[in-house]
Design a protein around this ligand. Structure first.
Ligand SMILES: *Cc1c(COP(=O)(O)O)cnc(C)c1O
Length: 216
């Protein structure tokens, strides 16, 4: 276990210059690695698994901002509601209603991003644009006081085809731009963040570039 300090410093500078938030994706990595990155200045970390995030948060400094970037099951919302900074992958009204309920219990307004499906692969979660608009319409009629939808999240196809990845990010950016109320556009990972930045991303989720390759 070790972190790539040089990659962190250069990435951090590149992103700070562009006004882009870096979420360091620490899934499967030990708390020692997270702490090492924390000690050189990183505060936003992303996790995919609820129990893993809860366990790590309990062991690490309280000023870490935890981003949930995985697929969230409704029955697990209550475990992260007390402390989560931003939930990236929301794609149903049912989930939003549960986040709202748990937010109310905690006396918090929980920030969320809606996940839009832009990749070709069938397996990835998310909404198409019609479903997105439908969901937003439903939300506006439901008045969920303890959730705030502040933007969109998406994942491009796993592909070496830059043009394809570029056009998928471009599509998400166009959707984002049709919603001036949105502030955050979460797109870009280790392999494709440079393309995402060109397409208007203002939040990147980067794991292996900082923490090394993962087993899962
Ligand atoms: C794992 C993961 C990342 C980070 O992936 P890397 O390729 O390691 O940078 C980003 N976003 C999501 C949703 C992930 O699951």
């Amino acid at each position: 276990m070790s972190i790539n300090r040089e990659a962190y410093f250069s990435l951090n500078k590149e992103l700070a210059d562009a006004g882009v938030l870096l979420v360091a994706v620490s899934k499967t990595k030990p708390v020692e690695d997270i702490l090492a990155l924390y000690e050189i200045g990183q505060r936003d970390f992303g996790e995919n698994y609820v129990q893993e995030m809860v366990d790590k948060a309990a062991q690490l400094p309280k000023d870490i901002r935890w981003h949930f970037i995985g697929h969230l099951q409704t029955n697990k919302v209550k475990l992260i509601a007390p402390f989560v900074q931003l939930i990236h992958g929301v794609d149903s009204l049912k989930l939003l209603e549960e986040i709202n309920k748990q937010g109310a219990k905690q006396g918090r307004v929980i920030d969320c991003l809606l996940q839009v499906h832009i990749a070709e692969e069938e397996t990835k979660f998310g909404l198409d644009e019609n479903e997105l608009n439908e969901l937003l319409e439903n939300v506006s009629q439901t008045a969920l006081a303890n959730v705030q939808i502040i933007g969109l999240m998406g994942m491009a196809s796993f592909s070496d085809n830059e043009e394809k990845v570029n056009s998928e990010f471009n599509r998400l950016n166009s959707i984002f731009n049709r919603h001036p109320e949105f502030k955050i556009l979460s797109m870009g990972m280790s392999g494709d963040y440079k393309i995402a930045l060109r397409q208007g991303s203002n939040l990147v989720r980067i794991g292996s570039l900082l923490f090394g390759e993962r087993a899962r």
